[in-house]
Design a protein. Structure first.
Length: 163
């Protein structure tokens, strides 16, 4: 009977240690989402990350973002300069990392004449926005001018992605 108490205590202690370890591991792996969803936890997570040699980044949840509108115009013909106006909408409640943009231009036959990946540092006017991300429940308008050495495109597609 005396050994039964110690066995029960050791088992309870083992379960408690296992729960604490599972909580710590979950916090480590989901630290970015936790910090975004519950901003008040970020200072504590940053302190823990100093010990664990990790960092906290904004979430990159593509499903929360969409292109809510876009327009491609020719600004000048010689040289051929185009202007792409587009809006990115964050439908989520927390800030997201700025996505990359994929621009695909097609000719009249539907053949791709240009496919280009554009990082956020290129389309953001204010580079400080890179660190803060696109705020939750918001829309952000952007303008991008670029020169082409190819014939005029008859159609285009703009997509968002995370590398």
């Amino acid at each position: 009977q005396r050994y039964g108490k110690w066995t029960s205590l050791a088992l309870s202690l083992g379960v408690l240690i296992g729960l604490v370890a599972a909580l710590a591991q979950s916090t480590y792996f989901f630290r970015n989402v936790i910090a975004a969803e519950y901003p008040q936890t970020k200072p504590h997570l940053l302190r823990l990350c100093q010990l664990a040699k990790c960092d906290i980044k904004l979430p990159a949840q593509r499903s929360q973002l969409e292109i809510s509108g876009s327009e491609l115009q020719i600004v000048t013909n010689e040289p051929l300069v185009n202007e792409l106006n587009f809006q990115i909408q964050n439908k989520g409640k927390s800030a997201q990392t700025w996505p990359h943009l994929e621009l695909i231009l097609k000719d009249i036959r539907g053949k791709t004449i240009l496919q280009k990946a554009i990082p956020p540092a290129v389309y953001l006017d204010n580079k400080a926005q890179l660190a803060t991300g696109i705020p939750g429940n918001s829309e952000s308008a952007h303008k991008l001018n670029f020169e082409l050495a190819i014939p005029k495109a008859s159609s285009y597609t703009v997509e968002l992605f995370y590398p």
